[in-house]
Design a binder for this molecule. Structure first.
Ligand SMILES: CC(C)(COP(=O)(O)OP(=O)(O)OC[C@H]1O[C@@H](n2cnc3c(N)ncnc32)[C@H](O)[C@@H]1OP(=O)(O)O)[C@@H](O)C(=O)NCCC(=O)NCCS
Length: 229
């Protein structure tokens, strides 16, 4: 029977463990930096040697990236898809990625490494999803959408066709994205608008420069006014 090791014993790991179990894949051991955890969902937790093939079972995109970079000599597991996923034969999907129950991935979509396509998310034709992205439950990406590295797409968000979401952007839950969103921006609402600039996102958001955000907001408004003429 196929075995996969996990790195990270938190909330996202619970879902990954169930995904693997439904694919008849066993998890013999989980690695975690927290020395206080010795078992997790009945699986022994180790703080020593990390084995492969490995999946980084941590929901935070930047933390996932940092761990992958630290462990770049290890073998990461090929993408794992739930059996209930509807997926075209004409997609590419890379190592370390997990696709949860009920997701739909349509023709010619490209999905990078260590991506999370969460429960019931829908990724339509020709979408390009970069490494370390998290498409959270119920998000809908229309055709030809591009998502930059490390971006977080909040639950139930709808992204219109052809839109580009910048690297490490965070899109709030329930947003409707009708314009491109730049790199490192927190944006939400219907229509979705930038609200804050972010540094790289490690668990919380940090405003890096109020002036930069003001300029960005003015730029965004001027595009909107131009578009409404
Ligand atoms: C967008 C988000 C990141 C903002 O977090 P935050 O910066 O801590 O924002 P706050 O909770 O302080 O809210 C600030 C304001 O924005 C509003 N707001 C927050 N999220 C919003 C959203 N998704 N849509 C519309 N308005 C939102 C709040 O109501 C609040 O408004 P107020 O100032 O008028 O009271 C967060 O609310 C969000 O949507 N996270 C995604 C959750 C998700 O999808 N999880 C999936 C996990 S698998």
């Amino acid at each position: 029977m196929h075995q996969v090791y996990l790195y990270g014993a938190g909330g996202h790991a619970k879902v990954v463990i169930d995904l693997l179990k439904s694919n008849h894949i066993t998890v013999p051991e989980i690695f975690d930096d927290n020395p206080d955890i010795s078992t997790f969902m009945g699986i022994p937790v180790s703080h020593a040697e990390i084995r492969s093939p490995l999946i980084i079972s941590i929901g935070n995109n930047l933390v996932r990236k940092k761990i992958v970079e630290k462990l770049n000599n290890l073998v990461f597991n090929p993408a794992v898809l739930a059996s209930s996923v509807t997926v075209s034969d004409w997609i590419s999907i890379e190592e370390g990625t997990v696709v949860m129950q009920g997701a739909i991935i349509q023709s010619s979509a490209q999905i990078g490494k260590h991506v999370i396509v969460n429960t019931g998310a829908s990724i339509d034709h020709d979408c390009r999803i970069s490494n370390y992205v998290h498409i959270t439950p119920g998000a809908i990406l229309c055709g030809n959408v591009e998502i930059g590295e490390g971006a977080f797409i909040g639950a139930g968000t709808t992204i219109m066709q052809g839109i580009k979401i910048g690297k490490w952007a965070v899109i709030g839950a329930g947003s409707v994205v009708v314009r491109d969103i730049p790199d490192n921006v927190l944006a939400y609402g219907n229509p979705c608008k930038p609200k804050k600039m972010l540094t790289r996102w490690v668990g919380k958001y940090v405003i890096i420069n109020e002036l930069a955000f003001l300029l960005l907001f003015v730029f965004f408004l001027s595009i909107e006014k131009g578009g409404n003429k």
